[in-house]
Design a protein around this ligand. Structure first.
Ligand SMILES: Nc1ncnc2c1ncn2[C@@H]1O[C@H](COP(=O)(O)OP(=O)(O)OP(=O)(O)O)[C@@H](O)[C@H]1O
Ligand SMILES: [Mg+2]
Length: 340
């Protein structure tokens, strides 16, 4: 049982973080304990385990909540642009710098900067970042004066920074400055109860969004979810459930409806309401070859299924809706959306 102070803190600042497993609750308690202070937090955890979610909760629960939360993905910025992205530049600092730019630290002034994938920061940039954290001033590229900044720093990485320090790829002094409060997020595979809770919540959310008649998961589906290793953690689980609900052919999802990687994709088995679609489950990569955008891929798939159902029903919307397991109004709404 969580202490009531954590329960009310969660509902106020971290309502989007689902799960009751001890390791998750411990991470939440740490965030709750230090959120109001200005200390630096280092969040570690596998991809998709909720690092950004926790960082945002820490910001919301701090005195800086009305100010900016600026996420910076250190792995996504080319090395040559890092310094000006982070610290800004003056007009004419380099070719193409036609106007002065404030940089992410200045944009986060009085708020929180979230330095995501900090383990991917090159050594030269690490040295500059350390200086900023120690001096609490930034020097925009090309400028000769330092500008004071008032930012709370939350950093995150999926890498093992201690190992990187031992290998000489991450500065020890920067590591100690960042890891004032270390928070380690548990992998989803290690919290079976959370898997089910998050999956059920995702089913309800997707169902309500797309108007599909899906009640939940049967026992066999739950067992299959718990048995899988979830290398992509909560993000992977949410995407898998979204897809399963979209393709659902019966009100209660079974293991066969889930297309869990490595488990046989047999979703097309069972009562066929739409005989045209008896092919094996499309693999994620075949849904769209151009994009990894899940929403776009699912929309393409949805359009395709609607087209096929309409063709099969000879254009009769009531019949097509029945084939798709939708009510007629939902189908008409979708057709309107796709026609726009
Ligand atoms: N405990 C949780 N409860 C509900 N949703 C969660 C939880 N953890 C993560 N999520 C969801 O999973 C997705 C991934 O979370 P987030 O972006 O915070 O992960 P991350 O650790 O930053 O991942 P990455 O390393 O890939 O950047 C988001 O959609 C987030 O809302
Ligand atoms: Mg992230």
């Amino acid at each position: 049982m969580q202490p009531s102070s954590l329960t009310s803190w969660r509902s106020q600042f971290a309502a989007d973080i689902v799960g009751e497993s001890p390791a998750l609750v411990e991470a939440l308690e740490t965030i709750q304990y230090v959120a109001a202070s200005d200390c630096t937090i280092l969040i570690t955890g596998e991809t998709g385990s909720g690092k950004e979610l926790f960082a945002r909760a820490a910001h919301r629960a701090s005195t800086r909540r009305g100010r900016a939360f600026i996420p910076v993905n250190c792995a996504a910025i080319p090395e040559t642009l890092l310094e000006s992205e982070l610290f800004g530049h003056i007009k004419g600092a380099f070719t193409g710098a036609e106007r002065a730019r404030p940089g992410r630290f200045m944009s986060a002034n009085e708020g929180t900067i979230f330095l995501d994938e900090i383990g991917d920061l090159p050594l030269a940039a690490q040295a500059k970042l350390l200086r900023v954290l120690e001096e609490r001033t930034v020097c925009p590229v090309g400028a000769d004066t330092e500008v004071p900044v008032d930012v709370r720093v939350i950093a995150a990485t999926h890498r093992n920074l201690e190992e990187m320090v031992a290998q000489g790829t991450f500065r020890a002094d920067l590591y100690f400055r960042l890891a004032v409060v270390p928070v380690s997020l548990p992998a989803l595979r290690d919290r079976a109860a959370d898997i089910i809770q998050i999956a059920e919540l995702c089913v309800a959310r997707v169902r309500d969004r797309i108007g599909r008649n899906v009640e939940g998961l049967d026992e066999c589906a739950k067992a299959a979810l718990v048995a899988y290793a979830w290398p992509g953690n909560v993000r992977e689980l949410a995407h898998l459930i979204e897809r399963a609900v979209l393709l659902a052919r019966r009100p209660r999802l079974s293991a066969a409806d889930l297309s869990i990687p490595g488990q046989k994709a047999t979703f097309a088995r069972g009562t066929e309401r739409l005989p045209a679609i008896t092919a094996p489950a499309p693999k994620a990569e075949t849904l769209s070859t151009e994009t990894l955008d899940l929403r776009a891929a699912l929309e393409n798939l949805e359009r395709d299924l609607i087209d096929r159902a309409l063709a099969k029903a000879g254009g009769n919307r009531t019949e097509a809706a029945a084939l798709l397991g939708l009510n007629r109004t939902t189908l008409v709404e979708k057709l309107r959306k796709y026609a726009a």
